[in-house]
Design a protein around this ligand. Structure first.
Ligand code: G3H
Length: 527
């Protein structure tokens, strides 16, 4: 019985995705498949919903994708890496137009596959489109800046950024479209070729885009494979033919993959990894603001964001009031299916996540923490209500582990060095949120915090956006930086043409520019 699901969001037929994209060709997969189920039920009995299946591609087919990407790059000699910027931009724009036509289908799949609420799923799609537009504009900016010639010590130079080669792109399940495309799009824009393997969840939503990729880019520039990382990504890395590993996920898999690459000096890394972003609530903080930012920061998309607030330090003077307000707000949140109105908490896509979170709660309680909110820890088949745990300390697993789910540990402090020392010792270093207002307290605090993480949020929760700002981290949290601008840099290298300032060379340079025969050496001003 699916009468509780509004018509536009119902699954009428499972999507049996038996295709993948290699060498410009959408190939049919006749081998084994992996079932895709949603933890969201379409029946009153509460069973999972069968959404369809994806190919469980084997090593041989996976390596074909790698070789297709290699052939398209052709060690830098390929059509795409040597193409004129304007032509690459045209391909990207055409792709964006085709992608826009799939908005409804992709948003629906985001809801079913990973339980993202309707507004958040729409936001993920729309933000990705904006990201592509911004990337194109930024690429034009870079190209315009590079149009001029430099002259130093009698040598002319035109300096641009060139591609790096073949990129293996592995995305995460929590932003299966946005974060994957925040790697894929700049990598392509700069002239690289890619093999993309989506994460464990949020895979079917690539189905409506296969044809668009195939029709907009030259053969082999984009290759999309489905299946298991161990079967697909490991042999590719082992071959030594991957030039850049672009991965949003955890450091264990990132380390394992780079470990097997035979030429580590050649391998470049663009990694967005785990984090345990803290909030620090100072005694003079505006508590209502701190509470609402911390609820959103810790529990948006059920806490399944790398930028989520995963531990809250609250000063003892205000702990009681903060805890009481915070717990009340958490219990007032609305849980439901992604399309339900005003829903904030939604089903967890990972079947074993409720058990894992339950384990964290039990462990914390066994070491003396209390569950402050009435609903904390309540279970349904696909959810566990966020427990607000207090007081949390070093002995508890939830203090150290990146929960990536609905549970909120709160640590009391009296001395500001407590959170600072913990952050300094932590293996992570992405962002922090500080709530307070006294400039004399905040000034020296900011000076230390900026060296412990890469973004200090004043009186607001942590987040990746605006995408124009640098998104990165220290220690185990990231390698390289991803903003619209920085991603273009991360997927490219400076390369240039130099010529001594003399009559002979200048005449040659002038002819090359006048005849417009080079795609690199030119003074076009892209509008
Ligand atoms: O999972 C990590 C995402 O990049 C976080 O992005 O802060 O916009 O939710 P967000």
């Amino acid at each position: 019985m699916s009468q509780f699901i509004p018509e536009p969001f119902r699954i009428h037929h499972p999507l049996e995705l038996n295709q993948y994209l290699v060498g410009g060709e959408i190939k049919r997969w006749n081998g084994p498949v992996i079932e895709v189920n949603s933890t969201i039920s379409s029946t009153q009995e509460g069973d999972k919903t069968y959404l369809g299946s994806i190919p469980d591609i084997d090593e041989k087919a996976g390596m074909e994708a790698l070789h297709a990407a290699r052939a398209a790059y052709d060690l830098g000699k390929g059509l795409w890496p040597t193409m004129r910027p304007l032509k690459r931009i045209k391909a990207m724009k055409k792709f964006t137009d085709l992608m826009l036509q799939q908005r409804e289908e992709i948003v629906k799949l985001l809801m079913w596959e990973i339980g993202k609420s309707l507004p958040d799923a729409q936001k993920e799609f729309d933000r990705t489109i904006v990201y592509i537009h911004d990337t194109i504009e930024e690429y034009k900016n870079m190209d315009r800046d590079a149009a001029r010639f430099h002259r130093h010590e009698g040598v002319y130079a035109q300096i641009r950024r060139g591609p790096l080669g073949v990129i293996l792109c592995l995305g995460p399940y929590n932003y299966p479209l946005n974060e994957a495309f925040a790697l894929l799009i700049p990598a392509l824009m700069m002239g690289n070729t890619v093999i993309f393997k989506p994460a464990k969840y949020g895979v079917l939503l690539m189905a409506p885009l296969l044809a668009a990729f195939a029709s907009c880019f030259p053969p082999g520039v984009v290759n999309i494979v489905f299946g298991r990382g161990r079967t697909l990504a490991s042999p590719m890395m082992k071959s030594g033919l991957v030039d850049v590993l672009a991965l949003i996920g955890n450091s264990t898999s990132a380390n394992a993959l780079q470990e097997i690459h035979p030429k580590k000096n050649r391998l470049r890394l663009v990694l967005g990894l785990e984090a345990k972003n803290p909030a620090i609530i100072l005694p003079d903080a505006d508590l209502d603001l701190a509470v609402s930012e911390c609820v959103a920061g810790s529990l948006s998309f059920n806490g399944q964001r790398c930028t989520a607030l995963k531990i809250i330090y609250v000063h003892e003077d205000i702990a009681e009031e903060f805890n009481q307000k915070f717990s009340k707000k958490v219990d007032e949140l609305i849980f439901g299916n992604p399309w339900d109105p005003k829903v904030f908490l939604t089903p967890l896509p990972e079947v074993d996540k409720p058990d894992y979170i339950h384990g964290l709660i039990e462990d914390a309680v066994s070491h003396g923490a209390k569950i402050l909110n009435v609903k904390g820890g309540e279970r349904t088949s696909n959810f566990i209500w966020p427990a607000v745990l207090f007081p949390v300390d070093h002995r508890m697993r939830v203090f150290h582990e990146e929960q990536f789910g609905p549970v909120v540990p709160i640590v009391p402090f009296t001395d500001i060095h407590t959170p600072l020392d913990d952050m300094a010792e932590s293996p992570y270093g992405q962002q922090v949120s500080v709530f307070g207002q006294d400039p004399q307290t905040l000034s020296p605090l900011v000076d230390v915090l900026v060296n412990l993480v890469c973004r200090v949020n004043l009186n607001s929760s942590c987040q990746r956006g605006p995408d124009m700002y640098p998104f990165t981290g220290r220690k185990d949290s990231a390698v390289a930086t991803l903003s619209v601008h920085d991603a273009l840099r991360s997927f490219s290298i400076r390369t240039f043409v130099a010529s001594k300032d003399n009559e002979y060379n200048n005449q040659i340079l002038k002819s090359i520019l006048d005849e417009r025969g080079s795609n690199f050496l030119h003074t076009d001003y892209l509008l």
